[in-house]
Design a protein around this ligand. Structure first.
Ligand SMILES: Nc1ncnc2c1ncn2[C@@H]1O[C@H](COP(=O)(O)OP(=O)(O)OP(=O)(O)O)[C@@H](O)[C@H]1O
Ligand SMILES: [Mg+2]
Length: 259
């Protein structure tokens, strides 16, 4: 097997909450000593109940949060303690698609401007190519060049999620972290967006870290999965193996709860 494209080793993150109680501080161990490897073109699922540490893991992998301990490697390079300047050249390799919460797109920007922004920031295309490149991105996500003059408020939830996806692929990443990318969408639209993500994965040769607590989504998308509980990875393996023959009690409960 080739080397992993993303390697997380003994990663932990605690948050210290300074409250008004007498002890003064509460420590939340959001991620506890987790390790996993993701290989190129894999679609690695991170599942578990609310509060189990999935989004914290995503934010650590993207270096949006400082880890308390452990390491993160991308393409064999340890990025755990790179400063902002050092991270700059890795930022476009790994992108995130957040849950569409209605406010993740700047409402004052048109769709065209929203798509041009990442191109400018990462110097992907020259100014003359912006128009052609934004048209190409819109078509890739199932929208049309006519949509460029619209504002996010003039588009549906599913269309806005397509714009978020277009912004992520605009910088030609190798890895995309998808954090509950369809959870806030109407059920009828969820399937379309999942299909789009799968098509783009094939077309662009992407690798996914896919976070969800929806096992239907896992079955549709993931090749390997890790199950998180209370900040720890309690089970990991091939998707079918883990879901059909869960070893741990927690995984059994999780699987049964949605059958
Ligand atoms: N910035 C923060 N400060 C303090 N505690 C935090 C912070 N971010 C997350 N936590 C806590 O860390 C734990 C893990 O949270 P996280 O958001 O990673 O869970 P999750 O698995 O993504 O949940 P969900 O499925 O609801 O999105 C929770 O107990 C949460 O309250
Ligand atoms: Mg989350």
């Amino acid at each position: 097997m080739s080397d992993p494209i993303l390697r997380v080793k003994n990663l932990s993150k605690h948050f210290i909450i300074t409250g008004s109680n007498i002890a003064g501080k509460t420590i939340i161990n959001a991620v506890r000593n987790i390790s996993f490897d993701i290989y190129e073109h894999d679609s690695f699922g991170l599942i578990g109940e609310s509060g189990s540490g999935k989004s914290t893991t995503a934010n650590l992998v993207l270096r949006l949060l400082e880890p308390s301990s452990g390491t993160i490697e991308i393409f064999g390079k340890d990025i755990t303690w790179l400063d902002e300047a050092g991270m700059r050249r890795h930022r476009k390799d790994i992108q995130i698609i957040f849950q569409q919460s209605g406010n993740s797109l700047d409402p004052k920007m048109t769709v065209g401007e929203l798509l041009m922004e990442p191109l400018k920031i990462h110097g992907i295309a020259g100014e003359k190519e912006y128009d052609k490149e934004t048209d190409r991105l819109l078509e890739m996500v199932g929208l049309t060049p006519k949509d460029k003059s619209k504002y996010p408020s003039q588009m549906s939830g599913g269309q806005n999620q397509r714009i978020i996806i277009a912004r992520a692929i605009a910088v030609r990443p190798r890895i995309i972290v998808c954090d509950e990318p369809v959870a806030s969408l109407d059920v009828s639209v969820q399937g379309q967006i999942l299909n789009l993500l799968m098509d783009l994965k094939e077309e662009l040769g992407l690798t996914y870290l896919f976070i969800t607590h929806d096992l239907k989504v896992v079955r549709h998308i993931c090749s390997r999965i890790a199950v998180m509980y209370n900040g720890e990875i309690v089970e990991m393996g091939e998707m079918r193996e883990v879901l059909e023959k869960p070893r741990g009690d927690y995984t059994k409960l999780l699987v049964e709860s949605i059958l």
